[in-house]
Design a protein around this ligand. Structure first.
Ligand SMILES: NC(=O)c1ccc[n+]([C@@H]2O[C@H](COP(=O)([O-])OP(=O)(O)OC[C@H]3O[C@@H](n4cnc5c(N)ncnc54)[C@H](OP(=O)(O)O)[C@@H]3O)[C@@H](O)[C@H]2O)c1
Length: 300
């Protein structure tokens, strides 16, 4: 079994390098890989890489994820998030290979406070969400065997994310305002990578599971409550903080203007994934605690 992974150094890509290894021979690329093209802005190069490797499974963990910058770099975001995954899907179809791709809750407008199912109509509020939604649609219409995992609020011990930003700001700043009216579910890169490997094992035996799935931990929180938990864990570890957890200020989104509009409700209904692949997704707090601890231990 030959597996070709794009975006090996991202949060999810890093964990996939671990979780995919037992499935077969893994060729893992990043944008600077020397012999095979792993740069998603080089569409022809990506197609040639896939043709040369002829993998059984293609996994794309690379993406343009800077949500605010995407508002100004629409073409680049579109190339990386829409065109490149579409080419990968077309090449997968020619090879009869599986294609695994990740998408986001930002394909929705975030209205209401219900958990969104896969079939809920998409209505992205920003360029990033639109380019990811368009990527999903092109993969789906390519008719290749695919698993698209829509997820939310991704973090990992490796890479940049909200946990690392909070720990850094907690050390530097005397006060911090955090948005309290955007709700969602922090989801670990480790979980995403482990479920990907598990789902692929099923998919290889049962091709009819091909499709789009919501994949996130269970429960939900706000950015403010999430930051509070991170600060509390840091406090337990005697991590040097200028701000104590209860001093974190809570503000509505309209007091923290950003270039790209964000959905208020990022909650995803994961029943389809849990039923199809026979898994229980964990609640979000325990794995967050584990990752914060891991980051703090590494820094100590
Ligand atoms: N992060 C989140 O909160 C979040 C939420 C929902 C969904 N997702 C989705 O989850 C997936 C994985 O995200 P992540 O959190 O692992 O993001 P990440 O840590 O930023 O990883 C993305 C990777 O893509 C690479 N990349 C960017 N442009 C590239 C290019 N032109 N060619 C090749 N590689 C390129 C980046 O490489 P460099 O390091 O060299 O830039 C980085 O290694 C993505 O599909 C994302 O849309 C993420």
């Amino acid at each position: 079994m030959k597996i070709l992974l794009f975006g090996k150094n991202g949060q999810v890509g890093w964990e996939l390098q671990r979780s995919l290894l037992p499935l077969g021979d893994l060729i893992a690329l990043d944008r600077n890989s020397p012999k095979l093209c792993g740069d998603l802005t080089n569409i022809k190069g990506i197609a040639e890489t896939i043709q040369k490797v002829a993998p059984d499974i293609i996994v794309n963990a690379a993406a343009y994820i800077n949500v605010d910058k995407a508002e100004k770099e629409q073409n680049l975001a579109c190339t990386i998030n829409t065109e490149a995954p579409s080419i990968m899907a077309n090449e997968a179809k020619k090879l009869n290979a599986w294609f695994v791709h990740y998408s986001t809750d930002y394909v929705f407008d975030g209205n209401g406070n219900n958990l969104k199912k896969e079939c809920y109509p998409t209505a992205p509020l920003n360029v990033y969400g639109r380019t990811k939604r368009d990527g999903e649609q092109l993969i789906s219409t390519s008719n290749c065997h695919h698993l698209i995992f829509r997820t939310s609020w991704v973090y990992g011990a490796h890479g940049n994310n909200f946990i690392r930003t909070m720990l850094r700001l907690g050390k530097e700043r005397d006060s911090l305002k955090i948005v309290n009216d955007q709700i969602g579910t922090p989801t670990g890169a480790e979980l995403l990578a482990d479920i990907t490997a598990h789902a692929l094992r099923t998919a290889l035996k049962h091709p009819d599971v091909s499709g789009l799935y919501h994949l996130a931990a269970t429960g939900y929180t706000s950015w403010h409550a999430y930051a509070h938990l991170i600060f509390k864990i840091a406090q337990e570890f005697s991590f040097e903080l200028k701000i104590q957890p209860d001093q974190l200020m809570s503000i509505p989104s309209n007091e923290f203007p950003t270039l790209a509009k964000r959905p208020l409700n990022s909650r995803l209904n994961t029943q389809k994934l849990q039923a199809t692949f026979n898994i229980n997704l964990p609640s979000w707090e325990t794995p967050v605690r584990r990752t914060v601890t891991e980051i703090l231990n590494r820094n100590s």
